[in-house]
Write a protein that binds this ligand. Structure first.
Ligand SMILES: Nc1nc2c(c(=O)[nH]1)N[C@H]1C(S)=C(S)[C@@H](COP(=O)(O)OP(=O)(O)OC[C@H]3O[C@@H](n4cnc5c(=O)[nH]c(N)nc54)[C@H](O)[C@@H]3O)O[C@H]1N2
Ligand SMILES: Nc1nc2c(c(=O)[nH]1)N[C@H]1C(S)=C(S)[C@@H](COP(=O)(O)OP(=O)(O)OC[C@H]3O[C@@H](n4cnc5c(=O)[nH]c(N)nc54)[C@H](O)[C@@H]3O)O[C@H]1N2
Ligand code: SF4
Ligand SMILES: [Mo]
Length: 694
């Protein structure tokens, strides 16, 4: 028997709409959902490797309870009842003794996040954090400081853009399928692409202009661009007059930040900076200075991300065709969004968050996400209080938070570590109990509210029965909840019931998703009136260059630029990123993807390598103040001499993930755990490393 199932990919969290061909209960083929604009049947390599995940015999096949030392890899197979009872009993003991707030749950934001948040609220813990800070927390805060919206409430109209400027947004390798297709369409229509990166990436090779910037100096480049735009009156005056607060202050501030000044800091010729400013402004408002997703690089990150969005505002490209737009929700079409469990009433929680977001330590990061990199310091210092249990749900704190050695030390202090994962990830390997989730092809998930120019809803639907003894995350949390006496917050007995509950009041039913995999609230694209109708959510109702959010918390809107230090002769600034063949830390053991890219290497500039006596392909030792590792060198002229680059996600320590075990080095082992205290992100590019022949 053959069937086609519309669903959502989850080989990464972009969640591209897919069509799955199933024959006799086996997945035969996956392609992009042809009914979705921008997908047109296409998938990225990881999306195509979804079949290889489903049939991977090295993933976790049943609940497991640890029997040896933590991290020793000795497990005992358990039934679901036994594993859930064990987790329930242990959590109950911890909550009774230390309070619900001694339990932390960290996860990559996903469709069941409202279920995890519900779980924590029900036990009286404020300690839910997502990956957000580690990815783009500073971008989030920057957008709120300017527009009153988070970055997640904004998006870009790539297809109609006339000039796209990317700061290390390596979009042809760090892929979102629709974005790649829409950018290709724009380029075919004559759009220009400017790409800025200390390293020549695939995206650099497709750009009209590539700038090999000195690492960490993008903010200086932007201040000079703003300087030229204001001095030469290249901005959209009507838009800025109507919508911007603080133009005069900005003008005074950038006065000394000339292109000649920026040339010394960035290494980009002054003339190139002037040309870029002039060229971009000819295409306004259909220009996109991309605010970046992985905006976690330096302690001043919030100002770098603000400077990007200030450039867009000067171009009038916020809420413009071919520029940025605010995502429109169902309300704009008179509709209702899917319900979320977290909208229920919960007991009041009086204690601060473990990461102190919302207190004077971290006043501005988004409390809906927290700052995950504070996990280890909070546990180690018992500040603000002791933490006793961690639930890691589709998130690996050992590899995704800087300074793995520090994180391990902290985890050693916990009474309970539970991993809800599909793989033998490093955190699963280090946990006390592994509760295996069914993969995305084997499970129905919570609804995806897809706000945008056209508000829609998508559904991830089970394509095949689970191959092993695994369950859906939302069911696992409910079943732990039953053991803690909080079952009333989980009004469902199956994922189908949960989705039906979510759909109540929306006017849609489950079968409406059969035909195309999604439902739409309206037909037309919604742009607000740029002259009168943009609903900025700042206190002033304007774009706040002079930010009330920042200034009320005691921070400057325009602090003076501080030069970015260069590493010494024999050191490098460690910078990291992804390629098209892997997702963060989760696909390195995937049979197909592992074959294509089995380990990472460290890129270093050929002149510097020659001085250090390192040849291409040589084994080297890379070390920082917090860790070290051995890997191969890739010697090349395609990288700035100050930078050393490595792919994130290698150096796995979990022996049961046999293909990826011990291959390459994990960037998190080397990175120091330093934060942008205003924006909230860790500064992943602040660490200097030494590299020498091994
Ligand atoms: N050092 C360092 N840290 C970083 C980054 C970096 O470049 N370097 N990048 C940052 C960025 S941009 C991000 S977005 C985050 C991402 O951080 P993470 O979310 O930790 O990374 P992922 O690889 O997306 O997934 C983590 C875990 O989810 C599991 N998983 C995959 N699919 C499923 C599923 O369907 N169900 C369940 N239960 N588990 C699943 C994987 O096996 C893996 O263990 O990391 C951030 N942290
Ligand atoms: N294949 C694949 N695609 C993905 C993901 C994945 O894991 N795999 N993850 C998704 C997620 S969650 C995210 S956040 C995005 C991330 O996608 P991107 O934002 O594109 O981030 P990275 O891949 O981390 O690439 C960072 C780039 O910044 C460059 N860089 C380093 N220092 C500097 C500097 O000082 N200035 C500038 N301008 N550039 C610098 C690095 O050389 C690197 O090329 O990708 C998404 N898409
Ligand atoms: S970008 Fe690739 S891996 Fe990520 S959801 Fe889309 S197809 Fe899947
Ligand atoms: Mo990310």
């Amino acid at each position: 028997m053959e069937k086609e199932v519309y669903s959502l990919c989850f080989m990464c969290s972009v969640r591209c709409p897919i069509k799955v061909l199933v024959k006799d209960g086996q997945v035969k083929w996956i392609e992009g959902n042809p009914h979705v604009a921008g997908m047109e049947g296409s998938l990225c390599p990881r999306g195509a490797a979804g079949i290889s995940l489903l049939y991977d015999d090295q993933r976790v096949k049943s609940p497991l309870i640890r029997v040896g030392e933590r991290g020793s890899g000795h497990w005992r197979k358990a039934s679901w009842d036994e594993a859930l009872d064990m987790v329930g009993n242990k959590l109950k003991e911890i909550i009774d003794k230390y309070g619900g707030h001694s339990v932390v749950l960290g996860e990559r934001t996903q469709l069941a996040t409202h279920v995890s948040k519900t779980f924590l609220k029900a036990i009286g813990s404020p300690n839910h954090f997502t990956h957000d800070a580690l990815c783009k927390g500073s971008v989030n805060t920057a957008c709120r400081s300017l527009f009153g919206y988070t970055d997640a409430q904004m998006s870009m109209d790539y297809k109609n853009a006339k000039h796209i400027i990317l700061y290390g947004r390596n979009l042809f390798e760090s892929v979102e399928v629709k974005v790649v297709n829409n950018t290709m369409a724009a380029l075919e229509n004559g759009a220009k692409l400017t790409y800025i990166d200390p390293r020549v990436t695939v995206t650099a090779t497709k750009a009209h202009r590539y700038l090999m910037i000195r690492p960490g100096t993008d903010l200086a480049l932007n201040y000079a661009l703003i300087h030229v735009i204001l001095k030469e009156n290249l901005y959209d005056a009507a838009y800025v007059d109507k919508w911007v607060l603080g133009l005069k202050e900005l003008q005074e501030f950038v006065n000394d930040y000339t292109p000649e000044w920026a040339e010394k800091e960035t290494g980009i010729p002054a003339g190139t900076i002037v040309d870029l400013a002039r060229e971009v402004s000819r295409d306004k408002p259909s220009v996109i200075f991309h605010f970046g997703y992985r905006g976690a690089n330096h302690p001043n990150e919030i100002y770098m991300r603000r400077s990007i969005m200030i450039l867009n505002s000067l171009m009038g490209s916020v809420e413009a065709k071919g520029g940025f737009f605010f995502k429109k929700g169902p309300g704009e079409e008179g509709g209702k969004p899917a319900r979320k469990l977290v909208e229920q009433k919960f007991p009041k929680i009086e204690v601060p968050r473990f990461d102190k977001v919302g207190t004077k330590d971290f006043p501005l990061p988004d409390p809906a996400h927290g700052v995950g990199q504070m996990l280890a310091p909070a546990i180690l210092n018992e500040d603000p209080y002791p933490i006793k249990a961690l639930i890691a749900f589709r998130f690996d704190p050992l590899m995704s938070i800087p300074d793995t050695n520090q994180t391990k030390k902290a985890l050693d202090k916990l009474d309970l570590i539970v991993a809800i994962d599909i793989n033998y990830s490093d955190i699963a390997w280090y946990s006390d109990v592994i509760l295996p989730e069914s993969t995305y092809l084997e499970r129905t998930d919570c609804l995806q509210q897809a706000n945008g120019l056209k508000p829609q809803m998508f559904l991830r639907r089970q394509a095949v029965e689970p191959r092993y003894d695994t369950r859906e995350g939302a069911m696992i949390l409910k079943q732990i909840g039953e053991r803690l006496g909080i079952e009333k917050y989980f009004p469902y007995n199956s994922m189908e019931e949960l989705v039906k509950w979510q759909l109540e009041g929306t006017g849609f039913k489950l079968s409406d998703f059969d035909a195309k995999g999604f439902v739409a609230y309206g037909k037309k694209q919604i742009f607000w009136d740029r002259l009168n109708g943009i609903k900025f959510k700042t206190p002033s109702g304007k774009i706040e260059f002079k930010s009330s959010l920042l200034e009320k918390a005691g921070f400057d809107s325009f602090p003076p630029y501080e030069p970015m230090p260069s590493p010494s002769e024999d050191q490098f600034r460690l910078v990291v990123g992804r390629n098209a063949l892997h997702t963060h830390v989760s696909t390195q053991n995937n049979p197909y993807l592992n074959e294509l890219c089995p380990e990472n290497e460290v890129w270093i500039n050929e002149e510097k390598a020659a001085k250090l006596g390192i040849g291409d392909g040589a084994l080297v030792e890379v070390s920082s103040s917090v860790g070290s590792g051995k890997m191969k060198a890739k010697v090349s002229d395609l990288i700035h001499p100050e930078a050393a680059f490595m792919l994130h996600g290698f150096g796995h320590e979990s022996e049961k993930a046999g293909r990826s075990y011990g291959k390459g080095v994990s960037d998190a082992v080397l990175q120091e755990n330093i934060s942008d205290k205003i924006g909230g992100s860790p500064a992943l590019h602040e660490t200097f490393v030494s590299i020498k022949p091994a």
